[in-house]
Design a protein around this ligand. Structure first.
Ligand code: ATR
Length: 242
């Protein structure tokens, strides 16, 4: 690939972001499709200034990750209806200076899950109450899944459970909760803390479906334990690619 005066710039914006596979993924796609474009990783502490940078430099598009998926929203010109309902944006498209926000987390997770399970009628424990939990929670509700939010902090967990209209379970009481499906949406287990698992091992029962949205490592400690205990496991890599 030759970078020249016409090369379009894309990137992922987050903090931390150095573990991100998105640059490798997108640059491989650009090269396979012959697009004159590059995709970089931008680690920042200031999302507002970053959005100004997207406008000023004519950056064509950006992926938005931890911790900016919600805080980026006020700085955009338009939010896609699904992203608005979810309350989080993970993709910005720059359409001739007009910045529109989308959420592809929910659809990526849905496709990864549907490749492995029939969702309608299942019960699901979602671990975490951040932007990803919110996106997946809304999507699962639409698929007729009975969702419960499990979170470390009561305040955030109860707030998300209330907006989804579903039960809240404190993380330290998860042993009393039931779910055929478990979706892990926190950063626990992500590199470099790869020995951490956010839930006690004994809740992982044979036949359960366990998905982790962490994709680095591709098989987290949670998925490792789940596999050993006879669960069906779904890696964050599947969601990322979808
Ligand atoms: P995102 O928007 O990408 O989902 P986030 O908004 O930073 O990310 O959300 C992080 C989630 O991970 C939160 O639910 C957080 O729990 P708290 O509400 O208690 O902060 C959860 N989380 C982060 N670190 C955790 C840890 N060490 N143990 C348990 N939960 C953790």
């Amino acid at each position: 690939m030759i970078i020249d005066q016409h090369t379009a710039l894309y990137g992922v914006i987050g903090n931390p972001v150095r573990h991100s596979l998105s640059p490798i993924l997108h640059n491989a796609a650009f090269s396979a499709t012959g697009l004159n474009a590059v995709y970089l990783a931008f680690e920042t502490g200031d999302i507002e200034e970053c959005v100004k940078g997207i406008r000023a430099l004519g950056i064509k598009g950006a992926s938005i990750t931890i911790p900016f998926k919600t805080t980026v929203m006020p700085f955009l010109d338009e939010i896609d209806p699904l992203a608005k309902r979810i309350g989080a944006v993970n993709t910005i498209v720059n359409d001739s200076g007009r910045l529109k926000g989308y959420n592809t987390d929910a659809l990526g997770a849905l496709k990864a899950l549907e490749e492995n399970v029939k969702l309608p009628g299942m019960t699901c424990l979602i671990i975490g109450a951040g932007g990803a939990a919110r996106a997946i929670g809304f999507m699962l509700k639409e698929q007729d899944v009975a969702v419960s939010i499990v979170n470390r902090s009561r305040k955030r967990g109860e707030a998300l459970a209330a907006s989804l209209g579903c039960p809240f379970v404190p993380l330290d009481e998860i042993s009393g909760a039931k779910g055929g499906l478990l979706v892990q949406t926190t950063s626990v287990g992500m590199y470099p803390d790869i020995d951490k698992c956010p839930v006690p091992e004994n809740i992982l029962e044979h036949g359960m479906v366990v998905m982790d949205i962490v994709y680095f490592p591709a098989e987290t400690r949670l998925l490792n334990l789940a596999k050993d205990r006879g669960c069906v496991i779904i890696s964050g890599v599947d969601m990322l690619i979808n």
